[in-house]
Design a protein around this ligand. Structure first.
Ligand SMILES: [Fe+2]
Length: 201
């Protein structure tokens, strides 16, 4: 006679505390975006970042805990980060601007939350310098994704007392970037002689 079936005993898997990113509680409208970013194990896909930034209606009120301005330049306020990304609210007073830069090694996308930004695109000239190629106004809800070789500068060119707030994602976090001067590879002092020829010192 066969032995009666004895149900096997399966030990339950140990359940640890669920890790919750505190940024989700502070910025609930960013929950889906943060969930995607926290799941990254490598560099983010730029088109995915672009799509996620377009999905949600966002206003300045959604970012109150991260709205802080700098005195001498735009301020980067970290919302969340890991080894694979950083999510930032950038706050710009009138006249604040980035250096001219590219995006080598980094996926970069941002959305205008408040105010109006200006993007100036540059092209490399045959001489190796960079020259302004085009500019565009970026109103609220505008999403900008920058490919690696893109060279640009972001400016708050609005009048005084008109602030700009943008939501930026960099993947991986920016540790350094290539920056450019529009016409010169370094600081120079122009000295004009009698023949009006400038001399670099
Ligand atoms: Fe950029």
């Amino acid at each position: 006679m066969p032995a009666p079936h004895t149900p096997s005993i399966v030990s339950p898997l140990p359940v640890g505390p669920v890790k919750v990113n505190p940024a989700v509680a502070a910025f609930p409208k960013l929950a889906k975006l943060i969930a995607y970013l926290d799941g990254l194990t490598t560099r983010a896909n730029l088109s995915t970042l672009d799509s996620l930034l377009r999905e949600q209606r966002l206003s300045l009120e959604d970012f109150r805990p991260a709205i802080m301005f700098g005195l001498r330049g735009y301020k980067r306020n970290t919302i969340s980060r890991s080894d694979h990304y950083e999510l930032l609210a950038l706050c710009w007073r009138s006249g604040h601007c980035t250096p001219i830069h590219d995006h080598q090694g980094v996926s970069c996308a941002f959305r205008v939350i408040h105010g109006q930004g200006t993007e100036i695109r540059f092209a490399r000239s045959a001489s190796g310098q960079v020259i302004p190629e085009q500019s565009r106004i970026m109103p609220p809800e505008f999403v900008c994704s920058a490919d690696e070789p893109d060279i640009h500068q972001i400016v708050n060119a609005q009048a005084a007392d008109h602030d700009l707030v943008t939501l930026h994602i960099y993947s991986p976090p920016i540790r350094h970037m290539n920056t450019y001067r529009p016409v010169e590879p370094r600081e120079r002092l122009d000295v004009y002689g009698s023949d009006d020829e400038s001399v670099v010192i």
